[in-house]
Ligand binder design. Structure first.
Ligand SMILES: NC(=O)c1ccc[n+]([C@@H]2O[C@H](COP(=O)([O-])OP(=O)(O)OC[C@H]3O[C@@H](n4cnc5c(N)ncnc54)[C@H](OP(=O)(O)O)[C@@H]3O)[C@@H](O)[C@H]2O)c1
Length: 290
């Protein structure tokens, strides 16, 4: 398996299409071009985004950008099946059969106009998943050059270990932010460091801009007081907090605003002061550390 290289900030495409901003092809092409011009070369997808439409919308826009495929990295996921008349699915469920995984990747490649994914992530753990069967699909996809590497998403340590016995798991993409920081307390990030698994954090801004409550007000107050000193914004401070963790977490940023993506990339050169990091954690927890 080849070594994995991602940009220090990954652009998440979940809300680029009909699940959010509903960008036109031209707007998407511009956003992809702006990302790449600002050193954001890795793009996070999933088969299900936009009810199975966003990969296709992105693929069309990427083709129009004329950017060389070798200059970008595509992450996509499979395993969640949404209820969908065309797919004959009547209940949301997880599907990890060998045939399904291969079919899903083949579709993603077609949608994205590419020959390979840089990494395929298994989107959510299923109680029914079988490591040997998944490994058989992965072996075929890797030997055919359709995926360069495989990872998981939202997997616990034991679920990752179950697959790791059969498959070289390279990434775990999980929810991690100042407001959702369980992964640094429940052993997940330690496990990833011990096993050379690259952590990516989805929703890296957590609930800070989504909810207005005592926790987010405390965080905003502290982050605002620090922003000027670090020459950044509140969202920049939230990302810098994640980037200080020694596991080398890559934030998957969901904004479609290029100014915010520029802030994110600028923040990768910030070295947050130790006590500032703890001030932010204290603001999140609502009390000092023990
Ligand atoms: N593996 C998984 O299970 C999983 C689950 C969920 C998501 N993901 C991935 O993670 C990516 C990011 O997820 P996310 O969108 O929840 O993450 P996020 O980056 O934490 O949040 C982005 C949202 O925050 C808003 N925002 C950013 N800065 C702001 C500010 N200063 N003030 C107010 N609002 C601000 C953005 O709005 P604007 O667009 O207007 O800037 C956008 O709606 C997704 O695109 C997807 O690729 C993966």
């Amino acid at each position: 398996m080849q070594s994995l290289q991602f940009s220090p900030i990954v652009a998440g495409t979940m809300t680029w299409g009909i699940w959010g901003k509903n960008l036109t092809t031209q707007q998407m092409t511009q956003l992809i071009t702006d990302c790449v011009a600002n050193q954001i070369t890795s793009f996070d997808h999933a088969d299900i985004y936009g009810d199975y439409t966003t990969e296709t919308a992105f693929g069309k826009a990427f083709k129009e950008s004329n950017i060389n495929r070798n200059d970008v990295q595509f992450i996509s996921k499979c395993g969640i099946q949404l209820p969908n008349v065309n797919r004959h699915t009547t209940v949301k469920h997880y599907q990890y059969s060998k045939t399904y995984i291969i079919e899903s990747v083949t579709n993603s490649l077609k949608n994205l106009h590419t020959d390979y994914l840089d990494v395929l992530l298994l989107h959510r753990p299923s109680p029914l998943m079988q490591a040997e069967e998944i490994a058989a699909a992965i072996d075929i996809l890797i030997s055919q050059g359709k995926i360069k590497a495989v990872g998981v998403s939202n997997f616990s340590n034991t679920q990752t270990a179950l697959l790791h016995s059969e498959i070289d798991i390279k990434v775990n993409q999980l929810e991690f932010s100042l407001t959702h920081n369980e992964a640094m307390l429940n052993g997940s990030l330690d496990y990833m460091q011990t096993n050379q698994i690259l952590p990516m954090s989805w929703s890296p801004l957590g609930s800070v801009f989504k909810l207005d409550n005592e926790q987010t007000q405390r965080i905003k107050a502290v982050a605002s007081s620090l922003a000027a000193a670090y020459n950044t914004t509140v969202d920049g401070i939230l990302l810098a907090w994640i980037l200080k963790h020694p596991a080398g977490i890559i934030p998957v940023c969901g904004t479609t605003e290029i100014a915010r993506l520029k802030t994110a990339i600028a923040v990768t050169s910030i070295k947050m002061d130790l006590q500032d990091w703890f001030k932010l954690w204290e603001a999140s927890a609502g009390h000092e550390v023990a």
